[in-house]
Design a protein around this ligand. Sequence first.
Ligand code: NAG
Ligand code: NAG
Length: 555
Amino acid sequence: MSTIMILIPFIVASLFPHFQVSQPLTSSLFAKQGQWNLMRPNIGISAMHMQLLRNDKIIIFDRTDFGHSSIPLSNGRCRIDPYDIALKIDCSAHSVLYDVATNTLRPLMIQTDTWCSSASVLPNGTLIQTGGYNDGERSIRMFTPCYDETCDWVEFPRMLSQRRWYATNQILPDSRVIVVGGRRQFNYEFLPKNPNPNNDYPSAIPFSFLQQTSDASENNLYPFVHLLPDGNLFIFANTKSVLLDYKQNRVIKQFPPIPGEEPRNYPSSGSSVLLPLDENLGSPEAEVVVCGGAPRGAFDSATRGNFMKTLATCGRLKLTNPSPTWVMEYMPMPRAMGDMVLLPNGEVVIINGVAAGTAGWENGREPVLTPVIFRPSETDSGEKFSVMAPASRPRLYHSCAVLVKDGRVLAGGSNPHVYYNFTGVEYPTDLSLEAFSPPYLAPEFDPVRPTIRYITNNNVLGYRVFCYVTFTVPYYGSASDVSVRIIAPSFSTHSFGQNQRMVVLKLSGVTYLAGEAYYATVVGPSTAEIAPPGYYMLFVVHKGVPSSGSWVQVM
Ligand SMILES: *[C@@H]1O[C@H](CO)[C@@H](O)[C@H](O)[C@H]1NC(C)=O
Ligand SMILES: *[C@@H]1O[C@H](CO)[C@@H](O)[C@H](O)[C@H]1NC(C)=O
C-alpha cells in the first residue's frame, strides 16, 4: 500500500471536517456498497430500451401498443394508427429524451411499434433503431441528437428485409450495422442497405446457428454479439457460441457449450460483456463473460406458476486463446434479467433482475435488489464479487441500465405484464429512474480522483495517433496508477448492452505540468476492429478511481 493511500484518511479528514478521524474513512457504507438515488419517480414511460447519446441525453422508449402512458405528447399531438392493437388514437408518448445534467425530460413521438427492438449509434452520433412488433417490425427509426428541443424520431417504414423482433445489433468497423436474428429469423442483414435499384429489400443472409440453438422456449433471442479485435463476431445463443466471419458469411469456429448447458439468452435472460480490450498488451486479449440465466424449462415452468431458481454462474471464454475453454465463476446470488454494465475502472456491475423465474409476462419472482460488482482480474476469490446496497425498486422484465459520463449507472423500467398496470398486480409497472453510484464515487476517494481538463485535437481520437489528455489530481501516485480508457455507450434492452465495449488506450507516459496538473500521452485505437469509429466516453483512471468522462470521437 502506498503512503498516499495510508495518508488519505488524514487528508480527507482535513477536507471534510465533519468526518470523524477515529473512523477509517474508506470503510464508509458508500465506499463499500455504493449508493442509490431516486432521480425521478415518474418519467412517464417504462424504460424498456435506453441509449446514452453524445450530448448526455438518454433516449428511452418502450412500446406503442401499451395503452396510455403517463406522459402526453407535446403540442397537442396524437398518434393515429389504425394498426395499433391497444389504442387507435393515442395522445400519450412512448419515448422520452432524458437530460442527465438537468434531470429533466421531454416526450418524443414514435409512430410504429418499437416493442423488443434493437439499435446502434452510427459513427456520426445518430441512433439507428431497428424493428419491433406489428406495424413496426420492419421499420428503421433514426434519432439525431440536437442541442435544442427540436429533434425527434424520424421513421423509415419497410426498410428491413425481415421482421426484427428480439434481434441484436452491432456496429461494424466499416460503419455498417449488422442486425442479427429476431424471433423466427434465422438470418442477419446489414444497414444501411445496399443501394441497389433492382432490389428494394435486400435479402437477409441465412444463419443456421440461430435455428440450431432455438429450443421449445426459444432461449436464443437477443443473441449476445461481440465484435472481436480480429474483426470476427462472437455470437452466443442459448448455450452455444460461434465465431462468425460476416464478410464471408461463414462460421469459422465453434466453441464448447457453456458448462452446465443451461440457457443464457431470452427468455432465460442472462447477460454478457466483452471485457476491456487493453492496448497496452500489444495485441489485446479478448474475453467474453456470460452471467446468470435460468435453467432449461424455467419459462414453461413459470407459466405454470412454478418459479425455478435462476443461475448463479458466470462463464468466461478467452477468445484469443488458440483453443478457448470456459472458466466458471460463482456470483454471490443467482440472477436472471441482470444487466452487465462495464464501469470506467474496468469492473463490471451486474444490476436488476430476479432470483426466480424468467423473462416474460408475470414470469419473474424474487427480485434481486442488490447489484453485484464483478472484478474480472481479481485473483483473491473473496474479492471477486462484492454485493452492493439494495435499490428501492424491483426491476424485472423490461428493465435496463446504462452508464453515464459521471460514472453513475442509471437503471429504469420494469413492466412485468402487458399494459401499464399499477394496481392489482404483484410487480406494478415501474416508471421511475434511479441512479446507482458505484463505490468509486464516494467522497473519500476525491483526493485521488482525476479531473479531465483538456484533450488535444478537439477531442478527436485518430487511429494510432498520439493524443494528450491533461488532468488534475490532488494527490498523484505514479504513472503505473494511471490508465486512460474509452467506453462505447450501449443500447440497453432485455439484459444485454448492444455495442457495449471498453478499450484501454496505450499509455506512453504521464508528464507533470504544474500545480496539480499532469498530462497523459496516449495512442488512439490501433484498428477499427478494436474500436469502431464513433463517439466514446474517455475516462482517466487513477488508483482505481475514475474521472468524469469526456466525449471523444474515434475516427
Ligand atoms: C448520420 O448518418 C446518417 C446515415 O447516413 C444520416 O441519416 C444522419 O443524418 C447523419 N447524422 C448526422 C448528425 O449527420
Ligand atoms: C392490466 O391492464 C389491462 C389494461 O388496462 C387490464 O385489461 C388488465 O385487467 C389489467 N390486469 C390486472 C391484473 O390488473
